[in-house]
Design a protein around this ligand. Structure first.
Ligand SMILES: C[S@@+](CC[C@H](N)C(=O)[O-])C[C@H]1O[C@@H](n2cnc3c(N)ncnc32)[C@H](O)[C@@H]1O
Length: 339
C-alpha cells in the first residue's frame, strides 16, 4: 500500500493516493513515470497473473495510432478522445497533426493526473485541449467550453473510446452513452473502440484472468468484459468499417498481413464504426464503398457470437438481453446520464 504522503511535482494536490487509479496503472504498464506505489502494486498484481499485460497495453497504443492515422487519411480533422489517459508516446494530436497540421483534439478524462499532465504537454498548442469530465455524461462533454471551441459537430469528427468502456459497467448504460455521442456526430464521423473481452480465451486461463481483474477492485471502477455481440450492440446505428470487430492487433495491422498471432484473445477487441447519415437507432445501413464497410455488425465470422451465451464469463449482460428498457428511449437515456 502506498504512503499517502507520497507526492510529486506533477501531481495535483487533491488526488487520492490511498487507492490505485486505472489511468496511473496503465501509465505504469506502458513504462511511464506518472504513477505511485499503490498503482504499481495493483498493476504488478495483474502482471503476476498475466505476464503479457504490458504487451497488451502497447498493442492497444499501436491500435490507437493506426486508427487515428486512418481517420486523418479519411480527411477527419477533429478528434474527441474519451478516456484519453496520461499522455505518452504517440498522442492523438501528434499522430493526427502528422497528417493534417490543422487537426484539433480534445482529450477527456476523469483522472486529474491524466488531465493535468495533458495540459502541461499541450500548453503551447492552441488546437488541442484537455478537460476533466466523465464520458458517461455526454451533455456535459458537449457543453464544455473547450469542446465547443474546438469541435464542430456539423462536420465529421472522430470519437475515440479506446480501452475505456470496460470501465463503464452496465448499470451506467454504456449502450445509451455511445448512442448519445452517435446522435451528435455528423455524417462522415467515426467511432473507434477497443475493449477487454474473454472471447476465445482458453478455459485454462480463467483463474489467471480472474486474478488480474481483482487487481482493479480497488480502483472504484472495476473491469467489465464484453463479447463480440455486445460490442456489436454498442455500435448499433454505426456502419461497420472493415475488418469489423476483431482482436486489437488484427485491426488493419502494419505492414498488412503482420499481426500478433500468439493469443490474440489477450488483447481484447477493436472496431470502428462510421456515421453515414443521421439515422434513428436500431436501423441498419448499406455499405459505403469509400470505407469498404459491410454495413452489418459483426461483419465477419464472429456473427454467430451474438447469440452465444457468455458461459461462466463475467460479461455483465446476459446473452440476448441488452437492456431494452434503457436503450429504447435515447433522450430518456441521455437525461439519465446528464443529471
Ligand atoms: C486504460 S486507459 C486508456 C487510455 C487511452 N485511451 C489509451 O487507450 O491509450 C483508460 C482511461 O480511461 C479513463 N476513464 C475511465 N472511466 C472514465 C470515464 N467515465 N470518463 C472519462 N474517462 C474515463 C481512465 O481515467 C483512464 O485514463
Amino acid at each position: 500500500m502506498a504512503s499517502v504522503k507520497e507526492t510529486s511535482e506533477w501531481a495535483p494536490k487533491d488526488i487520492d493516493l490511498s487507492r490505485p487509479a486505472v489511468a496511473r496503472m496503465y501509465d505504469y504498464l506502458l513504462g511511464g513515470a506518472h504513477n505511485f506505489a499503490v498503482d504499481r502494486a495493483a498493476a504488478d498484481q495483474a502482471i503476476a497473473a498475466l505476464p503479457f499485460l504490458r504487451a497488451v497495453a502497447h498493442a492497444n497504443r499501436h491500435f490507437l495510432r493506426r486508427v487515428v492515422q486512418f481517420f486523418a487519411a479519411e480527411g477527419v480533422d477533429q478528434f474527441l478522445d474519451l478516456g484519453s489517459g496520461i499522455p505518452t508516446v504517440g498522442n492523438v494530436h501528434e499522430v493526427a497533426q502528422a497528417t493534417n497540421a490543422g487537426a484539433r483534439t480534445v482529450y477527456v478524462d476523469v483522472d486529474p493526473v491524466a488531465v493535468a499532465h495533458a495540459r502541461a504537454v499541450l500548453c503551447d498548442d492552441p488546437t488541442s485541449e484537455a478537460i476533466l469530465a466523465d464520458l458517461r455524461h455526454p451533455r456535459g462533454v458537449f457543453e464544455d467550453p473547450a469542446v465547443r471551441r474546438l469541435i464542430d459537430w456539423k462536420r465529421p469528427v472522430a470519437v475515440l473510446m479506446v480501452a475505456v468502456l470496460h470501465f463503464v459497467p452496465d448499470e451506467d448504460d454504456p449502450y445509451g452513452v455511445v448512442a448519445a455521442y452517435r446522435e451528435q456526430m455528423a455524417p462522415g464521423s467515426y467511432l473507434a473502440l477497443s475493449h477487454a473481452s474473454r472471447d476465445d480465451q482458453p478455459e485454462d486461463m480463467d483463474e489467471a484472468v480472474d486474478q488480474a481483474v481483482r487487481a482493479y477492485d480497488d480502483t472504484g471502477t472495476g473491469l467489465v468484459f464484453r463479447t463480440t455481440g455486445q460490442l456489436a450492440e454498442l455500435l448499433d446505428g454505426f456502419v461497420s468499417v472493415e475488418p469489423g470487430i476483431v482482436p486489437v492487433p488484427h485491426w488493419r495491422p502494419e505492414p498488412p498481413g503482420e499481426s500478433a498471432n500468439e493469443g490474440p484473445w489477450r488483447h481484447g477487441l477493436a472496431a470502428v464504426g462510421h456515421v453515414t447519415a443521421r439515422m434513428p437507432r436500431g436501423e441498419t445501413r448499406g455499405a459505403s464503398p469509400r470505407t469498404r464497410n459491410t454495413g452489418l455488425w459483426p461483419p465477419n465470422s464472429r456473427l454467430s457470437r451474438q447469440a452465444e451465451p457468455p458461459v461462466g464469463r463475467p460479461t455483465g449482460v446476459p446473452a440476448g438481453h441488452l437492456q431494452p428498457t434503457l436503450r429504447s428511449d435515447t433522450s430518456a437515456s441521455r437525461d439519465h446520464h446528464d443529471h
